[in-house]
Design a protein around this ligand. Sequence first.
Ligand SMILES: N[C@@H](CCC(=O)N[C@@H](CS)C(=O)NCC(=O)O)C(=O)O
Length: 327
Amino acid sequence: MGLLIDGRWHDQWYDTESNDGRFVRESAGFRNWVEARDDAAFTPEAGRYHLYVSLACPWAHRALILRKLKGLEKVIGLSVVDPYMGEYGWQFSDVEGAIPDPLYGLDYLHQLYQKAAPDYTGRVTTPTLWDTRHETIVSNESADIVRMFNSAFDALAEHPERDYYPEALRAEIDAVNERVYHDVNNGVYKAGFATAQDAYEEAFTAVFDTLDWLDERLGGQRYLAGSRVTEADWRLFVTLVRFDAVYYSHFKCNRRRISDYPHLAGYLRELYQVPGVADTVNMSHIKQHYYRSHPSVNPTGIVPVGPELDLDTPPNRDHLPADEIDA
Ligand SMILES: N[C@@H](CCC(=O)N[C@@H](CS)C(=O)NCC(=O)O)C(=O)O
């Protein structure tokens, strides 16, 4: 685990000491956009872009889900890093489920960042969207990549009709995302990486206050923004699907499991069972990554065998209205 400083790799853990034991996530370093405009620097083209992900990573997972559901697999290439993140950061390998770098045969993801910006300073994160034409990184911010995949490639997508950020629901989606991001998606990390008791408890409380709020909301409506699936659901899904296997124990978010919530449990199963989505969930990579790559949290690196998850049982949510769309 480390970062690039002036283009050179440094092996160092997150600095929580200068923030009173709090984990503070860094902003992404590359924030360009693929846009369907003739004068855009990055225009949508089949085969031009390549997505680097970790199947363990919830941020990468949301981009991967959009690539899948929009039908962009033939349009945007994919590499999957080894789940273990060691002293040189994310690495390529041929372990099961990994897909090595086909473009340059790289050993480490940080080498891609050095190619894009030889003097780059910042973290090397997944997902990373690469442009083979200009040989640079378009973006390493998953929230932006999700939006690009949702609409910029519609002329090439198998499912241009699927829209996960519909105009009429944007204000609602943005409001839900805001709370879910801080208190749940990033909230579990704030609990897990805290190095002070009060910082951990603060994050823990926010995680469960927000899960309680979400559970109640999902008792009265099928999805987060109403009767159709939107990006707000996929953004929450990636944290929920890791929760009982990883965040509950490894990150000490153990007031209750998702499977204990009356509505969140079925909601998680329903999203998991949307055609194509289960293919994007690799529980082995998820567990291998977290339990082995954070020695300060789990020094033995032992990966728990359980828990048994029941993601394939019926969601039982048909009593709540849903729009007639296939995903
Ligand atoms: N804001 C980024 C965060 C991505 C991120 O932090 N990814 C993690 C993996 S889950 C990572 O690559 N961490 C490596 C590091 O922080 O050095 C996004 O959403 O794309």
